[in-house]
Design a protein around this ligand. Structure first.
Ligand SMILES: NC(=O)c1ccc[n+]([C@@H]2O[C@H](COP(=O)([O-])OP(=O)(O)OC[C@H]3O[C@@H](n4cnc5c(N)ncnc54)[C@H](OP(=O)(O)O)[C@@H]3O)[C@@H](O)[C@H]2O)c1
Length: 278
């Protein structure tokens, strides 16, 4: 099993660490570099992994086969630049930072670095994540498999062939949980206006979302087929869906996702221009 180093031991790193250990990765093969002493102690106690301060990052990187950069985008330039002298053994470097592209990462780490960009989403915290992955040309087949195995441990992982498609993944699964939260929130609100107590409306709305998602996962039917099956002619669902269509819900979703993807590309331009010591 390869040695795994996390730079940054926050929420997303904890999820990944929990997932890979549950999947059989030995804790003794995992190290986390993290500035916060309490967070370090909790990681060691909860998972049995080795921990070190962030000042040890370059030394730890020199011994790791897979390095996961799990810090906030704002500190990525400084963190990546600090590792550039420790990658002579050609490890795989995986960045989970939103909005930082391979060109920027390669500029800080070294142009020949084997890089994977991963875009996970928040349900990863419950091992229900959806992650989009992009590999740079320097990534070998075994390194690709290692990256896929890591993110499959916290949900599902899908490769995209072009880096620009990470912006699409961001608009779909990265921001997507919020779209479903909005729908749950609005359905609950309107049900309350229509007379249901808040707790009843909340439980019915949330469980409806969970039940619908479970059907989409387990039935083998497409979302369109499932929708058609619950839409009786001249029934209540048909009336509701007709009103969604009258207001052109498809165009609303299109504009929202195109907006999210455009913002993702803008953020890449802003963050990629960051200097290591701003
Ligand atoms: N959470 C999500 O759902 C999600 C989804 C997609 C992508 N991401 C990406 O995942 C990355 C991590 O997100 P997160 O939610 O896990 O953030 P987080 O909980 O804030 O974790 C980041 C950790 O890195 C530590 N850190 C700061 N500077 C460091 C340094 N120089 N060296 C080592 N560690 C350092 C932070 O310590 P301090 O707190 O002491 O500064 C913190 O513990 C971000 O880039 C984010 O864009 C997150």
């Amino acid at each position: 099993m390869h040695s795994l180093l996390f730079i940054g031991g926050g929420n997303m790193a904890r999820s990944l660490i929990g997932g890979v250990i549950a999947g059989g990765h030995p804790p003794a093969q995992i190290t986390v570099c993290e500035p916060n002493e309490a967070a370090r102690q909790a990681l060691a106690a909860d998972f049995g992994v080795s921990v070190a301060s962030e000042r040890e990052s370059a030394r730890c990187a020199a011994a790791a086969e897979v390095i996961v950069l799990a810090v906030k985008p704002q500190v990525m330039a400084a963190v990546a630049s600090g590792l550039s002298g420790s990658l002579g053994h050609r490890p795989l470097v995986i960045s989970i930072a939103a909005g930082i592209d391979c060109a920027a990462l390669g500029g800080w780490l070294g142009a020949q670095t084997a890089l994977v960009r991963a875009m996970p989403n928040t349900p990863a915290l419950l091992c229900q994540g959806s992650t989009g992955l992009f590999a740079s040309a320097a990534v070998s087949a075994p390194q690709r498999a290692a990256a896929e195995q890591l993110f499959a441990a916290i949900g599902t992982a899908q490769w995209v062939a072009e880096e620009a498609l990470i912006d699409t993944v961001t608009a779909l699964s990265g921001s997507g949980p919020a779209y479903f939260f909005l729908l749950i929130e609005l359905m609950q609100k309107v049900a309350e206006e229509m007379g249901l107590p808040a707790d009843v409306a909340g439980q019915l709305a949330v469980q409806t979302a969970r039940g619908a998602a479970s059907m989409a996962v387990e039935s083998g039917d497409s979302a369109a087929e499932l929708r058609a099956k619950v839409t009786s002619p001249a029934g209540t669902t048909e009336r509701a869906l007709a009103i969604f269509a009258e207001h052109n819900i498809e165009q609303i979703v299109r504009e929202a996702m195109l907006g999210a993807a455009a913002r993702s590309a803008e953020m890449a331009a802003e963050l990629g221009a960051a200097t290591p010591n701003p």
